[in-house]
Design a protein around this ligand. Structure first.
Ligand SMILES: Nc1nc2c(c(=O)[nH]1)N=C([C@H](O)[C@H](O)COP(=O)(O)OP(=O)(O)OP(=O)(O)O)CN2
Length: 341
């Protein structure tokens, strides 16, 4: 068995007012947010129902409340820490205060993150003839910057990104020095290097090239992911009744960059190699696949790893979501605990 984590999330609506001298002056007025909190907990500490219940108990007093009445400080990190204190087991917690910003508490590390993006054209010059990415095409790229909260705040992230945005937005990326082969991996590394020169504490950069694929670079290692949906039935109760879920599976790979191609493995190849596994999962009852215990998501993730890793040895982590706020993350290599947000 590999290290297996439960994922759970909850949302709450709340008002807050930061002090008059807060570094983002707009937050000094009374205002409201739709907050989201996501937890990751190793499954040795609790089960899915216990985790959901604990999370609801922590969040419920804050829902439709004035946060200033519940805690002395109401900035994102303080809210995350307040929630974290309600939990009796080790965890990693992500708080999203707006679609573009939030914080992470992970193993004693406090991180801030900012979502940004740019629109640009590119082509990949080294792909085999006929590969669609060899043609001139473009994307609305998503970017996430994550930094140590001891060194940087959201204003620092936004200012650093603002300088880079002007160099990337509405450009043909291949013309930019250092981006002659602008894969997601090369872009994440390029953004990391450009920003880390004057942004203290930059932890990692994510580039989301399409809605289903992206890459991360932390100054040392590359990770990529490819997501797919499948529709399956699973046992619901002891009487043998079934229910169903629209699953999201995220296949995460870690490895060396192929120097010639500028990628870890073609997203398209990940999808192609996964196809035979996908066919067994999609529109099927999961518990009837050999080795899948009751269709439990962790055993589905283990099964996927057993089937796929001979073809994709870089497979390092499988996240499987039964729905938006409930799933598992199973780790097959060290150092894959990073949240994917
Ligand atoms: N490891 C990488 N693989 C690929 C990259 C890359 O940057 N790194 N880039 C491409 C293409 O630019 C392409 O636009 C994106 O590929 P893909 O995920 O295959 O796109 P799809 O639209 O086909 O995705 P689906 O959601 O699965 O339809 C190719 N590979």
């Amino acid at each position: 068995m590999h290290a297996s984590y439960l994922l759970a999330g909850a949302r709450f609506e709340a008002a807050r007012q930061l002090p008059a001298d807060w570094f983002e002056p707009q937050f000094a007025s009374l205002h409201g947010h739709s907050f989201r909190v996501q937890l990751r907990v190793e499954n040795i500490h609790t089960n899915q129902a216990g985790l959901a219940e604990t999370l609801q108990r922590a969040v419920q007093p804050l829902n439709y409340a004035s946060l200033n009445q519940h805690m002395a400080s109401v900035d994102d990190l303080a809210i995350a820490e307040h929630l974290s204190e309600q939990l009796s087991f080790p965890h990693s917690l992500t708080l999203t205060s707006a679609p573009e910003r939030g914080v992470i508490l992970d193993n004693g590390t406090r991180l801030v993150w900012l979502n940004a993006g740019f629109e640009a054209a590119h082509q990949l010059p080294h792909v085999p003839a006929g590969h669609k990415c060899g043609r001139l095409h473009g994307h609305g790229f998503g970017v996430r910057l994550v930094a140590d909260a001891a060194s940087a705040n959201h204003i620092d992230l936004a200012a650093a990104w603002g300088r880079l945005f002007l160099r990337l937005n509405h450009r043909y990326l291949n013309d930019i020095p250092g981006l002659a082969n602008p894969t997601s991996e090369v872009l994440a590394q390029w953004i990391y290097r450009e920003l880390s020169a004057d942004l203290a504490g930059l932890a990692w950069v994510e580039v989301r090239e399409t809605h289903t694929a992206g890459s991360q670079f932390d100054g040392h290692s590359f990770r990529i992911w490819k997501e797919q949906h499948f529709e399956s039935a699973v046992p619901f109760d002891a009487e043998g009744n079934y229910t169903g879920h629209s699953y999201l599976i995220r296949l995460m790979l870690q490895g060396e960059l192929d120097g010639a191609m500028g990628w870890l493995l073609d997203f398209g190849d990940v999808k192609d190699r996964f196809k035979p596994v996908y066919r067994q999962l999609d529109h099927n009852p999961l518990d009837r696949l050999a080795g899948i215990r009751n269709g439990h998501p962790a055993s589905v993730a283990e099964w996927v790893h057993a089937e796929l890793s001979p073809l994709v040895p870089e497979l390092a982590r499988v996240d499987l979501m039964e729905r938006d706020e409930r799933g598992v993350s199973v780790l097959f290599k060290d150092n894959m605990r990073w949240p994917l947000l």
